[in-house]
Design a protein around this ligand. Structure first.
Ligand code: NOJ
Length: 444
């Protein structure tokens, strides 16, 4: 299997995010983001790691984009740090930050790499968080101003856009479970944040459509095939609830279907209290592509003690199935099935895999970074994607997560997902064996 098996127009890229790679978090006029402040709170990230230096991409973007090219990718996905452009959350513009992204874009174009911008990849300006962040309705006008600015500023050079990265990921981890920034908890915070995020997703897309000529606009959903632990009625229903939350909750409003409330009385109540029917039209957008980010399936069983969702994950290690160092099950067939699940909606016309990859403990052997598990993971997942494509699913691109080891949010720098190794003391990049595998794969 080589890249040519996917057709000559297929997009191959690596995905990254500002807070995870840039560093320079407190300099060149950048304001703090919620990840800068959250990671400084004791116990919030592994070993107290924070994104202040990360991979120092801010100073090394030229060599990193050259690496993208050397490996043979034709797309570089990166995000804009909102607080680098608007340090105080829209009140004041930081021209130095604006120029930085011009430089990154220009470097991509110079190297013949297509830039793909994510508008929001989890690093809300702290100043906006203080005003309620995603739980406050005011976030929508703030986000729209930010989106409008980016569209006008970069739209003549950048055609590929992703509005929001993993709406379910950051609203659930950051506003319900409190394990990601800004560390808020509770169902009510989650539903507030979710509604405003769903609105921002479509609003942002409409702004891009109006401002950017020939834009190719997508948004990126996390997803996982949900497998019931047994065929008992309770497990089946628990799995359905988790599926509604994790796979359908943000997708279906975009498609004009509203939130998937029919499955579950809690969602029904949310829809009533938040008058979501009023927003149904606003949450809709005909995206040029739907981004899918998949890493693992989840096996779910009923558990009466878990509030609200009454479901529990049966972990991969307890099921003794192959998994990564994150504890995520390695299961390429399930990747195939979740692609098919998304493709089954008639409104989903074009799917792009906007993230997929794996973290392992890489070994250094004779000066080489040996990571056979990662190569095997990619091979299996790509074969699964090819199978879906050959069966008629319109998959048009694949972005590997990620270019280089970086700041993995609450996991800090320990979870390494890169196809390029990064030494965080020296910032030395070393292509891993999986990176060389990609180079070969993309060359034919
Ligand atoms: C999802 C997120 O978009 C990305 O930021 C994260 O690092 C990867 N998946 C791996 O967890």
């Amino acid at each position: 299997m080589y890249s040519s098996d996917f057709g000559k127009d297929f997009l191959w890229g690596v995905a990254t995010a500002a807070a995870q790679i840039e560093g320079a978090a407190n300099s060149y006029g950048k304001g703090p983001s919620i990840w800068d402040t959250f990671s400084k709170r004791p116990g919030k990230t592994k070993k107290g790691h924070n994104p202040s230096e990360a991979c120092d991409f801010y100073h090394r973007y030229k060599e990193d984009i050259a690496l993208v090219k050397t490996l043979g990718f034709n797309v570089f996905r990166f995000s804009i740090a909102w607080s680098r452009i608007f340090p105080l959350g829209n009140a004041v513009l930081n021209q130095e930050g604006v120029s930085f992204y011009h430089n990154v874009i220009d470097e991509c174009l110079k190297r013949g790499v297509t830039p793909m911008i994510t508008l929001y990849h989890w690093d809300l300006p702290e100043a906006l968080s203080k005003e309620g962040g995603w739980t406050a309705f005011a976030i929508n006008s703030a986000f729209n101003e930010y989106a409008l600015f980016c569209a006008k500023e970069y739209g003549n050079k950048v055609k590929h856009w992703i509005v929001i990265n993993e709406p379910f990921g950051f609203t659930s981890l950051g506003y319900m479970l409190g394990v990601h920034a800004p560390g808020q908890t509770g169902v009510s915070n989650f539903f507030d944040a979710a509604l405003h995020t769903a609105i921002a997703q479509a609003d942002g897309a409409k702004i891009l459509r109006a401002e950017v000529k020939d834009a190719i606009i997508g948004t990126a959903f996390s997803c996982s095939e949900i497998i019931p632990y047994t065929q008992s009625g309770q497990d089946l229903l628990a799995a359905k609830r988790v599926d509604a939350l994790m796979n359908r909750f943000f997708l279906e409003p975009v498609l004009g279907m509203g939130f998937p409330t029919a499955e579950w009385d809690v969602l029904e109540k949310f829809a009533v209290t938040h008058s979501t029917w009023r927003h149904q039209e606003r949450m809709k957008f005909d995206f040029d592509f739907i981004g899918i980010q998949n890493y693992f399936p989840l096996v779910i069983k009923y558990n009466a003690f878990v509030p609200v969702v009454q479901a529990w994950e049966v972990k991969a290690k307890n099921r003794r199935v192959p998994h990564t160092v994150m504890g995520w099950e390695i299961n390429a067939d399930s990747f195939y099935r979740i692609i098919k699940q998304f493709a089954a909606y008639p409104e989903v016309k074009n799917i792009m895999i906007t993230e997929n990859g794996a973290a392992f403990h890489d070994k250094v052997i004779d000066g080489k970074i040996d990571d056979p598990e990662r190569t095997e993971y990619f091979k299996a997942y790509l074969a699964a994607m090819l199978r879906a494509k050959n069966e008629g699913v319109n998959v048009t691109g694949y972005l590997a997560w990620t270019l280089m080891d970086n700041f993995e949010w609450a996991e800090g720098y320990q979870a390494r997902f890169g196809i390029v190794h990064n030494d965080f003391k020296t910032q030395q990049r070393t292509i891993k064996q999986s990176g060389y595998w990609w180079q070969d794969f993309l060359s034919k």
